[in-house]
Write a protein that binds this ligand. Structure first.
Ligand code: UDX
Length: 454
Protein backbone atom coordinates (compact mmCIF):
# COMPACT_ATOMS: atom_id res chain seq x y z
CA UNK A 1 0.00 0.00 0.00
CA UNK A 2 1.27 3.49 -0.89
CA UNK A 3 2.30 5.48 2.17
CA UNK A 4 0.34 8.75 2.50
CA UNK A 5 2.40 11.94 2.95
CA UNK A 6 2.10 13.31 6.50
CA UNK A 7 0.86 16.88 6.52
CA UNK A 8 0.27 19.07 9.54
CA UNK A 9 -3.47 19.76 9.79
CA UNK A 10 -4.64 22.87 11.69
CA UNK A 11 -8.25 23.71 12.56
CA UNK A 12 -9.04 27.42 12.97
CA UNK A 13 -12.11 28.38 15.04
CA UNK A 14 -13.28 32.04 15.01
CA UNK A 15 -16.03 33.42 17.23
CA UNK A 16 -19.03 33.76 14.91
CA UNK A 17 -19.12 37.51 14.21
CA UNK A 18 -17.75 39.23 11.11
CA UNK A 19 -15.02 41.14 12.94
CA UNK A 20 -13.53 37.89 14.27
CA UNK A 21 -14.09 35.73 11.20
CA UNK A 22 -12.25 38.12 8.84
CA UNK A 23 -8.83 38.17 10.54
CA UNK A 24 -8.95 34.45 11.29
CA UNK A 25 -9.70 33.70 7.63
CA UNK A 26 -6.58 35.67 6.75
CA UNK A 27 -4.53 33.79 9.32
CA UNK A 28 -5.83 30.51 7.84
CA UNK A 29 -4.79 31.56 4.35
CA UNK A 30 -1.32 32.52 5.56
CA UNK A 31 -0.85 29.15 7.28
CA UNK A 32 -2.08 27.30 4.20
CA UNK A 33 0.41 29.24 2.06
CA UNK A 34 3.16 27.82 4.27
CA UNK A 35 2.21 24.26 3.41
CA UNK A 36 -0.11 23.41 6.31
CA UNK A 37 -3.50 21.87 5.74
CA UNK A 38 -6.06 24.26 7.22
CA UNK A 39 -9.75 23.83 7.99
CA UNK A 40 -11.78 26.85 9.07
CA UNK A 41 -14.85 26.18 11.24
CA UNK A 42 -17.76 28.62 10.92
CA UNK A 43 -20.56 28.44 13.49
CA UNK A 44 -23.77 29.87 12.24
CA UNK A 45 -27.39 30.18 13.25
CA UNK A 46 -28.13 31.82 9.93
CA UNK A 47 -28.85 30.20 6.62
CA UNK A 48 -25.57 31.20 5.27
CA UNK A 49 -24.13 30.05 2.02
CA UNK A 50 -20.48 29.54 2.80
CA UNK A 51 -17.99 28.48 0.16
CA UNK A 52 -16.60 24.95 0.56
CA UNK A 53 -13.14 26.48 0.45
CA UNK A 54 -11.29 29.80 0.40
CA UNK A 55 -8.25 29.18 -1.75
CA UNK A 56 -6.46 26.26 -0.09
CA UNK A 57 -8.46 26.61 3.15
CA UNK A 58 -11.31 24.14 3.57
CA UNK A 59 -14.44 25.64 5.20
CA UNK A 60 -16.94 23.68 7.31
CA UNK A 61 -20.11 25.25 8.70
CA UNK A 62 -21.96 23.95 11.74
CA UNK A 63 -24.89 25.30 13.76
CA UNK A 64 -23.97 27.34 16.86
CA UNK A 65 -27.09 26.23 18.72
CA UNK A 66 -28.48 29.74 19.10
CA UNK A 67 -31.62 28.85 17.17
CA UNK A 68 -33.27 27.08 20.09
CA UNK A 69 -35.01 30.05 21.71
CA UNK A 70 -32.55 31.42 24.32
CA UNK A 71 -33.13 35.06 25.25
CA UNK A 72 -30.51 36.79 27.43
CA UNK A 73 -26.92 37.36 26.33
CA UNK A 74 -25.74 35.21 29.26
CA UNK A 75 -27.98 32.32 28.13
CA UNK A 76 -26.88 32.65 24.52
CA UNK A 77 -23.21 32.55 25.53
CA UNK A 78 -23.77 29.54 27.79
CA UNK A 79 -25.67 27.70 25.10
CA UNK A 80 -23.01 28.52 22.51
CA UNK A 81 -20.27 27.10 24.72
CA UNK A 82 -22.26 23.94 25.47
CA UNK A 83 -23.10 23.31 21.81
CA UNK A 84 -19.60 23.96 20.53
CA UNK A 85 -17.94 21.91 23.28
CA UNK A 86 -20.19 19.01 22.39
CA UNK A 87 -19.73 19.25 18.62
CA UNK A 88 -16.11 20.31 18.27
CA UNK A 89 -14.27 17.21 19.55
CA UNK A 90 -16.28 14.99 17.24
CA UNK A 91 -15.82 17.35 14.30
CA UNK A 92 -12.05 17.49 14.80
CA UNK A 93 -11.78 13.70 14.87
CA UNK A 94 -14.01 13.37 11.80
CA UNK A 95 -12.02 16.01 9.89
CA UNK A 96 -8.86 14.01 10.52
CA UNK A 97 -10.45 10.81 9.25
CA UNK A 98 -12.16 12.31 6.19
CA UNK A 99 -9.04 14.21 5.05
CA UNK A 100 -6.62 11.41 5.86
CA UNK A 101 -4.60 13.89 7.94
CA UNK A 102 -5.30 13.85 11.69
CA UNK A 103 -5.60 17.31 13.19
CA UNK A 104 -2.61 18.38 15.25
CA UNK A 105 -3.45 21.94 16.31
CA UNK A 106 -6.50 24.05 17.19
CA UNK A 107 -6.21 27.82 16.68
CA UNK A 108 -9.13 29.21 18.68
CA UNK A 109 -10.56 32.69 19.14
CA UNK A 110 -9.55 34.04 22.55
CA UNK A 111 -13.29 34.65 23.21
CA UNK A 112 -13.50 30.81 23.49
CA UNK A 113 -10.72 29.93 25.97
CA UNK A 114 -12.46 26.66 26.83
CA UNK A 115 -11.42 25.26 23.42
CA UNK A 116 -7.98 24.73 24.95
CA UNK A 117 -9.49 21.96 27.12
CA UNK A 118 -10.74 20.24 23.97
CA UNK A 119 -7.27 20.52 22.45
CA UNK A 120 -5.72 19.07 25.60
CA UNK A 121 -8.26 16.25 25.77
CA UNK A 122 -7.41 15.29 22.18
CA UNK A 123 -3.67 15.72 22.77
CA UNK A 124 -3.35 18.65 20.34
CA UNK A 125 -1.45 21.95 20.32
CA UNK A 126 -3.67 24.87 21.38
CA UNK A 127 -3.11 28.40 20.05
CA UNK A 128 -5.16 31.38 21.20
CA UNK A 129 -5.89 34.19 18.71
CA UNK A 130 -6.79 37.66 20.05
CA UNK A 131 -8.70 39.59 17.38
CA UNK A 132 -8.80 42.94 19.22
CA UNK A 133 -6.05 45.47 19.91
CA UNK A 134 -3.33 44.81 22.49
CA UNK A 135 -4.23 48.05 24.25
CA UNK A 136 -7.81 46.90 24.79
CA UNK A 137 -6.70 43.45 25.79
CA UNK A 138 -4.28 44.90 28.29
CA UNK A 139 -7.17 46.67 30.03
CA UNK A 140 -9.04 43.34 30.24
CA UNK A 141 -5.86 41.63 31.45
CA UNK A 142 -5.50 44.14 34.29
CA UNK A 143 -9.10 43.44 35.33
CA UNK A 144 -8.47 39.70 35.15
CA UNK A 145 -5.37 40.02 37.34
CA UNK A 146 -7.23 42.20 39.88
CA UNK A 147 -4.94 45.16 39.14
CA UNK A 148 -7.82 47.23 37.80
CA UNK A 149 -10.92 47.17 40.00
CA UNK A 150 -14.41 47.46 38.56
CA UNK A 151 -16.32 49.66 39.37
CA UNK A 152 -13.47 52.04 38.67
CA UNK A 153 -11.96 53.63 41.75
CA UNK A 154 -10.15 56.53 40.15
CA UNK A 155 -9.70 58.27 36.83
CA UNK A 156 -7.81 58.52 34.59
CA UNK A 157 -7.04 54.82 34.52
CA UNK A 158 -3.40 53.88 34.36
CA UNK A 159 -2.51 50.65 32.51
CA UNK A 160 1.12 49.69 31.76
CA UNK A 161 2.11 50.56 28.19
CA UNK A 162 -0.98 52.71 27.57
CA UNK A 163 -1.54 56.46 27.82
CA UNK A 164 -3.75 57.44 30.79
CA UNK A 165 -7.35 56.60 29.86
CA UNK A 166 -10.36 58.71 30.74
CA UNK A 167 -13.82 57.35 31.31
CA UNK A 168 -14.86 57.60 27.65
CA UNK A 169 -11.58 56.13 26.40
CA UNK A 170 -12.03 52.76 28.10
CA UNK A 171 -13.72 49.76 26.48
CA UNK A 172 -17.45 50.27 27.09
CA UNK A 173 -18.02 46.97 28.91
CA UNK A 174 -15.99 48.30 31.82
CA UNK A 175 -19.04 50.46 32.62
CA UNK A 176 -21.59 47.68 32.16
CA UNK A 177 -21.35 45.86 35.49
CA UNK A 178 -25.05 46.26 36.19
CA UNK A 179 -26.46 45.80 32.69
CA UNK A 180 -27.03 42.66 30.66
CA UNK A 181 -23.67 43.36 29.00
CA UNK A 182 -21.97 42.33 32.24
CA UNK A 183 -21.83 38.81 30.77
CA UNK A 184 -19.81 40.24 27.86
CA UNK A 185 -17.42 41.86 30.34
CA UNK A 186 -16.96 38.39 31.85
CA UNK A 187 -16.40 36.97 28.35
CA UNK A 188 -13.69 39.49 27.44
CA UNK A 189 -11.93 39.24 30.80
CA UNK A 190 -12.05 35.42 30.62
CA UNK A 191 -9.93 35.54 27.48
CA UNK A 192 -7.07 35.45 29.98
CA UNK A 193 -8.22 32.30 31.80
CA UNK A 194 -5.59 30.21 30.05
CA UNK A 195 -3.34 32.99 28.79
CA UNK A 196 -0.33 31.21 30.26
CA UNK A 197 -1.58 27.69 29.49
CA UNK A 198 -1.98 28.06 25.72
CA UNK A 199 0.95 26.84 23.61
CA UNK A 200 0.87 29.99 21.47
CA UNK A 201 -0.82 33.38 21.78
CA UNK A 202 -1.35 35.46 18.64
CA UNK A 203 -2.49 39.08 18.45
CA UNK A 204 -3.82 40.87 15.38
CA UNK A 205 -1.46 43.80 15.65
CA UNK A 206 2.02 44.67 14.49
CA UNK A 207 5.20 46.21 15.72
CA UNK A 208 5.61 49.16 15.97
CA UNK A 209 1.88 49.99 16.04
CA UNK A 210 1.43 49.04 19.69
CA UNK A 211 5.04 48.42 20.59
CA UNK A 212 4.96 49.57 24.21
CA UNK A 213 1.90 47.59 25.20
CA UNK A 214 2.93 44.52 23.17
CA UNK A 215 6.28 44.53 24.96
CA UNK A 216 4.61 44.88 28.34
CA UNK A 217 2.17 42.01 27.67
CA UNK A 218 4.99 39.92 26.23
CA UNK A 219 6.72 40.36 29.59
CA UNK A 220 3.79 38.46 31.17
CA UNK A 221 4.00 35.64 28.65
CA UNK A 222 5.22 35.30 25.08
CA UNK A 223 2.75 36.78 22.58
CA UNK A 224 3.16 36.95 18.83
CA UNK A 225 1.86 39.88 16.77
CA UNK A 226 0.85 38.52 13.35
CA UNK A 227 -1.10 41.42 11.85
CA UNK A 228 -2.47 43.30 10.20
CA UNK A 229 -4.59 40.39 9.04
CA UNK A 230 -5.99 41.83 5.83
CA UNK A 231 -5.89 40.34 2.33
CA UNK A 232 -2.44 40.04 0.83
CA UNK A 233 -3.15 42.17 -2.23
CA UNK A 234 -3.21 45.27 0.01
CA UNK A 235 0.05 44.38 1.77
CA UNK A 236 2.76 42.10 0.50
CA UNK A 237 0.96 40.50 -2.51
CA UNK A 238 2.45 37.17 -1.47
CA UNK A 239 -0.77 35.19 -1.79
CA UNK A 240 -2.30 34.75 -5.20
CA UNK A 241 -5.92 35.87 -5.64
CA UNK A 242 -6.13 37.04 -2.03
CA UNK A 243 -8.14 40.18 -2.75
CA UNK A 244 -10.95 39.87 -0.18
CA UNK A 245 -11.68 38.07 3.08
CA UNK A 246 -14.13 35.88 1.18
CA UNK A 247 -16.87 35.10 3.69
CA UNK A 248 -19.51 37.68 4.47
CA UNK A 249 -22.35 37.27 6.94
CA UNK A 250 -24.07 40.12 5.08
CA UNK A 251 -25.44 40.20 1.57
CA UNK A 252 -22.97 42.03 -0.67
CA UNK A 253 -24.48 45.26 -2.02
CA UNK A 254 -25.49 45.29 -5.64
CA UNK A 255 -25.49 49.05 -5.64
CA UNK A 256 -22.59 49.74 -7.99
CA UNK A 257 -20.63 51.66 -5.38
CA UNK A 258 -17.28 51.13 -7.11
CA UNK A 259 -18.60 52.65 -10.36
CA UNK A 260 -20.02 55.51 -8.31
CA UNK A 261 -16.60 56.09 -6.72
CA UNK A 262 -14.89 55.90 -10.13
CA UNK A 263 -16.82 58.97 -11.22
CA UNK A 264 -15.65 61.11 -8.28
CA UNK A 265 -12.55 63.26 -7.93
CA UNK A 266 -9.49 62.08 -5.99
CA UNK A 267 -9.94 62.41 -2.23
CA UNK A 268 -13.42 63.92 -2.48
CA UNK A 269 -15.54 61.21 -0.81
CA UNK A 270 -16.24 60.51 2.88
CA UNK A 271 -16.75 56.77 3.38
CA UNK A 272 -19.00 56.04 6.37
CA UNK A 273 -19.45 52.67 8.06
CA UNK A 274 -20.31 51.52 11.57
CA UNK A 275 -19.29 47.90 11.05
CA UNK A 276 -21.31 44.76 11.48
CA UNK A 277 -22.89 45.11 14.91
CA UNK A 278 -23.40 48.71 16.09
CA UNK A 279 -27.02 49.90 16.20
CA UNK A 280 -27.41 53.68 16.27
CA UNK A 281 -30.43 55.57 17.59
CA UNK A 282 -32.73 57.33 15.14
CA UNK A 283 -31.64 60.75 16.50
CA UNK A 284 -27.99 59.91 15.92
CA UNK A 285 -28.69 58.66 12.40
CA UNK A 286 -30.40 61.97 11.59
CA UNK A 287 -27.43 63.96 12.91
CA UNK A 288 -25.04 61.90 10.78
CA UNK A 289 -27.21 62.36 7.72
CA UNK A 290 -27.36 66.14 8.11
CA UNK A 291 -23.71 66.38 9.19
CA UNK A 292 -22.70 64.70 5.93
CA UNK A 293 -25.02 66.98 4.01
CA UNK A 294 -23.62 70.11 5.67
CA UNK A 295 -20.02 69.08 4.97
CA UNK A 296 -20.72 69.48 1.27
CA UNK A 297 -18.61 66.39 0.54
CA UNK A 298 -19.63 63.39 -1.47
CA UNK A 299 -20.37 60.45 0.80
CA UNK A 300 -20.71 56.69 0.55
CA UNK A 301 -22.59 55.47 3.62
CA UNK A 302 -23.08 51.84 4.65
CA UNK A 303 -26.43 51.48 6.40
CA UNK A 304 -27.10 47.82 7.11
CA UNK A 305 -30.57 46.47 6.20
CA UNK A 306 -31.52 46.33 9.89
CA UNK A 307 -30.71 50.08 10.24
CA UNK A 308 -32.31 51.43 7.07
CA UNK A 309 -35.63 52.35 8.66
CA UNK A 310 -33.81 54.82 10.96
CA UNK A 311 -32.75 57.08 8.08
CA UNK A 312 -34.55 60.44 8.09
CA UNK A 313 -37.56 60.65 5.73
CA UNK A 314 -36.68 61.68 2.18
CA UNK A 315 -32.95 61.87 2.99
CA UNK A 316 -32.01 59.14 0.51
CA UNK A 317 -33.84 60.78 -2.41
CA UNK A 318 -32.97 64.31 -1.33
CA UNK A 319 -29.24 63.65 -1.06
CA UNK A 320 -28.79 61.43 -4.09
CA UNK A 321 -26.67 63.99 -5.95
CA UNK A 322 -24.12 63.98 -3.14
CA UNK A 323 -24.38 60.59 -1.57
CA UNK A 324 -24.85 56.88 -2.11
CA UNK A 325 -26.24 54.69 0.65
CA UNK A 326 -25.58 50.94 0.45
CA UNK A 327 -26.44 48.06 2.78
CA UNK A 328 -22.92 46.53 2.73
CA UNK A 329 -19.80 47.49 0.81
CA UNK A 330 -16.61 45.81 -0.39
CA UNK A 331 -14.86 47.85 2.34
CA UNK A 332 -11.26 47.13 1.41
CA UNK A 333 -11.83 48.01 -2.23
CA UNK A 334 -13.60 51.17 -1.13
CA UNK A 335 -10.87 52.26 1.30
CA UNK A 336 -8.19 51.72 -1.33
CA UNK A 337 -10.09 53.74 -3.95
CA UNK A 338 -8.43 57.04 -4.87
CA UNK A 339 -11.70 58.99 -4.49
CA UNK A 340 -11.98 58.23 -0.77
CA UNK A 341 -10.58 61.11 1.28
CA UNK A 342 -11.58 60.01 4.75
CA UNK A 343 -13.30 57.23 6.69
CA UNK A 344 -15.98 58.06 9.22
CA UNK A 345 -15.75 54.92 11.32
CA UNK A 346 -17.06 53.31 14.51
CA UNK A 347 -13.42 52.25 15.10
CA UNK A 348 -13.92 48.48 15.11
CA UNK A 349 -10.46 46.95 15.27
CA UNK A 350 -10.59 45.54 11.72
CA UNK A 351 -11.83 48.80 10.24
CA UNK A 352 -9.08 50.62 12.14
CA UNK A 353 -6.35 48.27 10.90
CA UNK A 354 -7.74 48.43 7.37
CA UNK A 355 -7.71 52.25 7.33
CA UNK A 356 -4.18 52.32 8.79
CA UNK A 357 -2.94 49.76 6.27
CA UNK A 358 -4.49 51.62 3.36
CA UNK A 359 -3.42 55.08 4.49
CA UNK A 360 -6.89 56.59 4.99
CA UNK A 361 -7.37 59.24 7.73
CA UNK A 362 -10.39 58.85 9.99
CA UNK A 363 -13.24 60.64 11.71
CA UNK A 364 -13.61 58.45 14.79
CA UNK A 365 -17.19 57.96 15.99
CA UNK A 366 -16.82 55.10 18.50
CA UNK A 367 -19.98 53.35 19.68
CA UNK A 368 -19.24 50.62 22.20
CA UNK A 369 -16.99 47.62 23.11
CA UNK A 370 -13.31 48.19 22.17
CA UNK A 371 -14.07 51.21 19.95
CA UNK A 372 -13.55 54.09 22.44
CA UNK A 373 -10.00 52.89 23.17
CA UNK A 374 -9.27 52.42 19.46
CA UNK A 375 -10.54 55.98 18.90
CA UNK A 376 -8.14 57.28 21.56
CA UNK A 377 -5.22 55.73 19.68
CA UNK A 378 -6.46 56.98 16.29
CA UNK A 379 -6.65 60.57 17.50
CA UNK A 380 -3.90 60.90 20.12
CA UNK A 381 -1.33 58.15 19.63
CA UNK A 382 -1.10 57.44 15.91
CA UNK A 383 -2.55 60.87 15.02
CA UNK A 384 -4.36 59.61 11.95
CA UNK A 385 -7.77 61.05 12.71
CA UNK A 386 -9.98 63.22 14.82
CA UNK A 387 -12.40 61.98 17.46
CA UNK A 388 -15.88 63.52 17.61
CA UNK A 389 -17.25 64.85 20.90
CA UNK A 390 -20.76 63.93 22.00
CA UNK A 391 -23.05 66.52 23.65
CA UNK A 392 -24.46 66.19 27.17
CA UNK A 393 -27.20 63.88 25.84
CA UNK A 394 -24.61 61.56 24.33
CA UNK A 395 -25.44 62.64 20.77
CA UNK A 396 -22.83 63.74 18.24
CA UNK A 397 -24.46 66.70 16.53
CA UNK A 398 -24.47 67.52 12.83
CA UNK A 399 -22.40 70.64 13.53
CA UNK A 400 -19.73 68.58 15.31
CA UNK A 401 -19.68 66.01 12.51
CA UNK A 402 -19.41 68.71 9.86
CA UNK A 403 -16.52 70.32 11.75
CA UNK A 404 -14.63 67.02 12.09
CA UNK A 405 -15.16 66.05 8.45
CA UNK A 406 -13.90 69.46 7.31
CA UNK A 407 -10.89 69.15 9.62
CA UNK A 408 -9.82 65.85 8.06
CA UNK A 409 -10.76 66.72 4.47
CA UNK A 410 -9.67 70.36 4.29
CA UNK A 411 -7.35 71.54 7.06
CA UNK A 412 -3.57 71.51 7.47
CA UNK A 413 -4.04 69.13 10.41
CA UNK A 414 -5.93 66.86 8.04
CA UNK A 415 -2.92 66.84 5.68
CA UNK A 416 -0.72 65.89 8.62
CA UNK A 417 -3.09 63.02 9.47
CA UNK A 418 -2.85 61.88 5.85
CA UNK A 419 0.95 61.91 6.04
CA UNK A 420 0.84 59.93 9.30
CA UNK A 421 -1.55 57.44 7.69
CA UNK A 422 0.88 56.95 4.82
CA UNK A 423 3.61 56.20 7.34
CA UNK A 424 1.50 53.47 9.03
CA UNK A 425 0.61 52.06 5.63
CA UNK A 426 4.30 51.53 4.90
CA UNK A 427 4.96 50.03 8.33
CA UNK A 428 2.03 47.61 7.95
CA UNK A 429 3.48 46.43 4.64
CA UNK A 430 6.90 46.03 6.19
CA UNK A 431 5.50 43.92 9.05
CA UNK A 432 3.77 41.55 6.65
CA UNK A 433 6.41 41.56 3.90
CA UNK A 434 9.24 39.05 3.59
CA UNK A 435 11.31 39.07 6.78
CA UNK A 436 8.82 41.46 8.46
CA UNK A 437 8.08 41.09 12.19
CA UNK A 438 4.57 39.63 11.78
CA UNK A 439 5.51 37.49 8.83
CA UNK A 440 8.40 35.97 10.80
CA UNK A 441 6.05 35.02 13.65
CA UNK A 442 3.70 33.21 11.27
CA UNK A 443 6.61 31.43 9.59
CA UNK A 444 8.00 30.36 12.97
CA UNK A 445 4.64 28.91 14.04
CA UNK A 446 4.14 27.02 10.77
CA UNK A 447 7.71 25.70 10.86
CA UNK A 448 7.42 24.49 14.48
CA UNK A 449 4.17 22.67 13.74
CA UNK A 450 5.52 21.15 10.53
CA UNK A 451 8.76 20.05 12.23
CA UNK A 452 6.81 17.48 14.25
CA UNK A 453 6.02 15.76 10.97
CA UNK A 454 9.54 15.50 9.60
C1 UDX B 1 -16.83 44.91 16.51
C2 UDX B 1 -15.54 45.42 17.21
O1 UDX B 1 -15.37 46.75 17.34
C3 UDX B 1 -14.40 44.56 16.90
O2 UDX B 1 -13.16 45.09 17.29
C4 UDX B 1 -14.82 43.36 17.66
O3 UDX B 1 -13.91 42.47 18.03
C5 UDX B 1 -16.09 42.74 17.05
O4 UDX B 1 -17.10 43.70 17.15
P1 UDX B 1 -17.38 45.14 13.90
O5 UDX B 1 -18.48 46.06 14.25
O6 UDX B 1 -17.72 44.01 13.07
O7 UDX B 1 -16.61 44.61 15.17
O8 UDX B 1 -16.23 46.05 13.21
P2 UDX B 1 -14.83 45.69 12.59
O9 UDX B 1 -13.92 45.09 13.57
O10 UDX B 1 -14.39 46.93 11.95
O11 UDX B 1 -15.13 44.58 11.49
C6 UDX B 1 -16.00 44.78 10.42
C7 UDX B 1 -15.49 44.04 9.20
O12 UDX B 1 -16.53 44.04 8.25
C8 UDX B 1 -14.28 44.71 8.57
O13 UDX B 1 -13.33 43.75 8.20
C9 UDX B 1 -14.84 45.41 7.36
O14 UDX B 1 -13.96 45.46 6.26
C10 UDX B 1 -16.04 44.56 7.01
N1 UDX B 1 -17.10 45.38 6.37
C11 UDX B 1 -17.76 46.33 7.09
C12 UDX B 1 -17.38 45.16 5.04
O15 UDX B 1 -16.76 44.31 4.40
N2 UDX B 1 -18.34 45.90 4.47
C13 UDX B 1 -19.04 46.85 5.13
O16 UDX B 1 -19.92 47.47 4.52
C14 UDX B 1 -18.74 47.06 6.49
Amino acid sequence: MEKQERICHVVVIPYPVQGHINPMIQFSKRLASKGLQVTLVIFSSQTLSTPASLGCVKVVTISDGSDTGSRSIADLLKQFQATVTQKLSQLVVELGISSGHPVSCLVYDSFMPWVLEIARHLGLTGASFFTQSCAVNSVYYQIHEGQLKIPLEKLPVSVPGLPPLDVDELPSFVHDMESEYSSILTLVVNQFLNFRGADWVFVNSFNPLEEEVVNWLAGQRSIKPIGPMIPSVYLDRQLEDDTEYGLSLFKPALDGCMEWLDAKETGSVVYVSFGSLAALGEDQMAEIAWGLWRSGCYFLWVVRESEEKKLPCNFVEGSSEKGLIVTWSPQLEVLSHKSVGCFMTHCGWNSTLEALSLGVPMVAVPQWTDQPTNAKYIADVWRVGVRVKANEKGIVTKEELEKCIREVMESERGSEMRRNSEKWKKLAKTAMGEGGSSEKNITEFAAKLASKFN
